[in-house]
Design a protein around this ligand. Structure first.
Ligand code: FMN
Length: 337
């Protein structure tokens, strides 16, 4: 199937990324490594390496390995909280990475300039209109608007509301990509018509054949429905933790215990708030690794978005992208008859 209507609506996004379809596969820690990232980019989408808690040396290796698997552009997602953020930025510059995504909060002082110094484009998450405006003023090249339907760390507002609040004001200024809860092409068509330059999906790509996620992790996704993907609960008001959406499992309880442990450390003064939050983030990275890599779907974290119910089989990235594109084109064609 050809996609003329969709291609026209995606033009701004495809030009921004230098790829054929303005569908990004959002970085997913442990999942978005060389195999999935190169498969997405080779199939015409835009793959993004999840740096997560990687050291600069590991990121260096991952970028080199990804380049060996694809000649197409791909991005790197860095977490603002990473203690070696500026070394990671240097690694991206060394490899002439064309697009850097900064996740986990506002860009720290100097990071925007450092990322853009070698010509890379910078993409940031905008959790509210006021912050979207601030990011645009500070020189960010594109925004991702991600709603609470998404898998992984989430904000409090739904994708549909954020899209309505942010697209009309910001899309005229810079490319905006919509993320969270997108499982089918009809939704992609709708967000493009609202002004989005493209979309970012995570959950839908976890069960791609090329994804190295453990078979147990993929099986859990194939069995789950939307209501199984629940947000974590904050148990102590003194310890503000960013909620994480994941499939319910016995491991969900471990997070409660971890919060108690860290809250006690805060009480005794053994750690400050920054260190407490870092410990929580290390907990998630470890729990996700146990599930994605080791296949521990009982004790590990099964981060997944509400679109998980629309993931029904393991299939190659090319098929997933083709399905999404066909659905979107069909929706657009149906409107114009
Ligand atoms: C297993 C998993 C791990 C994720 N890890 C990260 C991450 O390391 N950094 C990040 O910015 N987003 C992360 N995300 C969010 C995705 O990049 C993407 O924005 C999100 O999955 C989009 O929503 P969807 O899951 O509804 O498609 C993760 C999502 C999942 C499902």
């Amino acid at each position: 199937m050809t996609h003329p209507k969709l291609a026209a609506l995606m033009l701004r996004g495809t030009e921004f990324f230098g790829c054929e379809t303005a569908i990004m596969c959002g970085a997913m820690s442990w999942v978005s490594e060389r195999n999935l990232v190169s498969a997405i980019s080779n199939a015409g989408g835009f793959g993004v390496i999840a740096c997560g808690a990687m050291t600069p040396e590991l990121l260096d290796k991952e970028i080199t390995a990804t380049k060996a698997l694809t000649a197409k552009p791909f991005g790197v997602n860095l977490i603002t909280m990473h203690p070696q953020l500026f070394d990671l930025i240097d690694i991206c510059a060394k490899h002439d990475v064309t697009h850097v995504v900064l996740a986990g909060g506002l860009p720290p002082k100097g990071s925007i300039e450092a990322i853009k110094a070698k010509g890379a484009k910078l993409i940031c998450f905008a959790p509210a209109l006021s912050l979207a405006k601030k990011l645009a003023r500070s020189g960010v090249d594109a925004l991702v608007v991600e709603g609470m339907e998404a898998g992984g760390h989430i904000g409090p507002v739904s994708t549909s509301v954020l899209a309505q609040e942010i697209l009309p004001e910001m899309a005229p200024q810079l490319p905006v990509f919509v993320a969270g809860g997108i499982g089918r092409g009809e939704a992609i068509a709708a967000y493009l018509e609202m002004g989005a330059a493209g979309v970012q999906l995570g959950t839908r790509f976890v069960c791609a054949t090329e994804s190295i996620a453990h078979p147990n992790f993929k099986k859990a996704f194939l069995r789950a429905s939307a209501r199984d993907a629940v947000a974590s609960v904050q148990i102590d008001p003194r310890l503000p933790v960013i909620p994480v959406r994941a499939l319910k499992n016995p491991g969900t309880e471990n997070f409660t215990a971890k919060q108690r442990e860290v809250a006690n450390l805060l009480d005794t003064g053994a750690v400050d708030m920054m260190e407490a939050q870092l410990q929580i983030e290390h907990y998630w990275a470890g729990a996700l690794r146990r599930a994605v890599i080791d296949g521990d779907v009982e004790g590990g974290s099964l981060m997944a978005g509400q679109s998980v119910g629309m993931v029904t089989k393991e299939e190659p990235v090319t098929d997933i992208l083709a399905t999404l594109m066909d659905e979107a084109e069909a929706a657009l064609s149906a409107r114009s008859v």
